[in-house]
Design a binder for this molecule. Structure first.
Ligand code: ADP
Ligand code: MG
Length: 185
């Protein structure tokens, strides 16, 4: 069986990762491909069983516990040709083997995720996923301070509020900034 391909869509928050993931999936749906979309259960913004972009496009999604990505393999349908995964950086490291298994079954995987957290550190298993990927789309946002291309995510709130790498939030908590205006709080 022909090996599937892995596409990784990355970039900072608000760079359009989810919008691009949904765009790619919707064109496959229009061409009558069978797609399945998954997301980790850490993300309860907007809607629990949908993937919703910041500009409100959405598709139905299957919510998977972030520490049990193997469930994706159990839920995969026999006719599925494309698997979409949003917020892939939140899954535990087994997600890399899950992607490898899907690819070896001939399934194409399109996944969106942050490669850096708001301190600029590696997020989840994005290093390994980027290395095994066949196609990479690295998106940018607009720096809210100077209007240059933004490649970093800024945690907006001063003080001891941020606990650990995973704080789920939206535009109230995070901004997109260029590397010059990024500071670790
Ligand atoms: P991501 O999944 O990368 O966080 P989304 O696809 O959900 O991004 O949302 C992208 C949308 O976010 C843009 O189309 C725009 O409407 C909005 N947005 C909010 N803040 C910014 C910003 N600073 N720069 C660019 N787009 C922004
Ligand atoms: Mg997103």
């Amino acid at each position: 069986m022909e090996r599937g391909s892995l596409t990784i869509i990355t970039g900072c928050m608000f760079s359009g990762k989810t919008t691009e993931l949904l765009r790619l999936l919707i064109r496959h749906i229009i061409a009558r491909q069978i797609i399945q979309l998954f997301k980790p259960n850490i993300d309860n913004r907007y809607d629990k069983d949908k993937v919703v972009s910041h500009n409100r496009t959405s598709l139905e999604a299957i919510v998977i516990p972030k520490d049990n990505p193997n469930m994706i393999l159990e839920l995969i349908g026999i006719n599925t040709t494309i698997v979409g995964i949003d917020e892939i950086q939140f899954f535990t490291p087994e997600i890399v083997q899950v992607c490898e298994t899907l690819l070896s079954k001939g399934v194409n995987v399109i996944a969106a995720g942050l490669k850096q957290d708001s301190d600029g550190r590696l997020f989840g298993s994005m290093d390994k996923l980027l290395i095994i990927s066949n196609f990479i789309t690295n998106l940018t946002a607009v720096c809210v301070i100077c209007g240059e291309e933004a490649t970093m995510t800024q945690w907006k709130l001063e003080g001891p509020l941020k606990t650990g790498q995973i704080v789920v939030g939206g535009s109230e908590d995070y901004d997109a900034v260029c590397h010059k205006h990024h500071k670790v709080i």
